[in-house]
Design a binder for this molecule. Sequence first.
Ligand code: NAD
Ligand code: ZN
Ligand code: ZN
Length: 378
Amino acid sequence: MSSTAGQVIKCKAAVAWEPGKPLVIEKVEVAPPQKREVRLKILFTSLCHTDVYFWEAKAQDSVFPRILGHEAAGIVESVGEGVTELAPGDHVLPVFTGECGECAHCKSEESNMCSLLRINTERGVMLNDGKTRFSINGKPIYHFVGTSTFSEYTVVHVGCVAKINPLAPLDKVCVLSCGISTGLGATLNVAKPTKGSSVAVFGLGAVGLAAAEGARLAGASRIIGVDLNSGRFEEAKKFGVTEFVNPKDYDKPVQEVIADMTDGGVDRSVECTGNVNAMVSAFECVHDGWGVAVLVGVPHKDAVFKTHPMNFLNERTLKGTFYGNYKPRSDLPSVVEMYMKKELEVEKFITLEVPFAEINKAFELMLKGEGLRCIIRM
Ligand code: NAD
Ligand code: ZN
Ligand code: ZN
């Protein structure tokens, strides 16, 4: 038992008081974990676009004041009632979506969309009592996607915590708790390219480059990167992307450009842009007879996907995936092992590191579109 178990912990957290305003490092009180909850000491966290979207709160409703953050790594400090699967000292990755282990989704081998712990961006409280575990002078500070990792300590449902190899360096594997696993799993678990096949990746941000990394691991021989920003191409070479297409350089639809390059279409495509036109292109650029396209990007709320039904009749398959189809608790430890065995390269995604006190710098860089992942050292 740690000396802090059962006590309120006072620690530093970066609080988002208002949309779009710099986060403020505050002293917060973190209550002990309740039933089926664990309290984590966060050691490293990184910034993902989803944090920025909910901080800006332009297109999404967001709750304030709030502690953002969901890509992270840490150590279990204490556990609440009924927690038997984790103990203080365990090395873990908190995840924005969970695995209760009991619902129909968790029991299905095909789904990772747990009905109890699936991502909920509107909820700012814990499930057990509908209250927050964070407060400042008695005033509640709300949670974000059940993780709130921009805090030295946080309280998380046990189903949203993956226990990992204690030898894994937490300053590296923290990036596996969201975007990188999403892109990697989209390719390895859903698109499933075979050795020697061709794969198109739409969008060369961190998620798309992780999808390319998956294609490289699967032994694809051609990996075609598609992005409107040619500035992304140089970096993408490190991720095994062999050819590049900027749709702006052509006066015909990019799906036709890709069909011409590949004698009728690619074997697989993975869309990681969130743009609905790119989604349609990603589907229409796969080869008839066997091609499979996988959508990963989160579209605008009013977007509508339009394609001619003949594209399906001609034996093209369209799929979508959430979190790369990984079940957080069951599957994430094996993604960490892929890194430990030096199959998966994680370092190349990490382009920057800042101390916790400079967390706002990470936001500024992401808004400027600089770098892939910025590690925040707590
Ligand atoms: P990012 O903004 O870093 O990268 C997106 C890239 O797409 C950019 O380089 C941009 O230039 C490019 N792009 C935009 N429109 C394009 C178009 N029409 N054609 C070609 N390229 C285009 O984003 P990211 O962090 O890599 O995330 C990618 C997407 O994945 C986002 O939509 C994000 O919300 C989504 N995502 C989904 C899940 C999931 O579980 N399904 C999880 C995490 C992230
Ligand atoms: Zn994320
Ligand atoms: Zn479940």
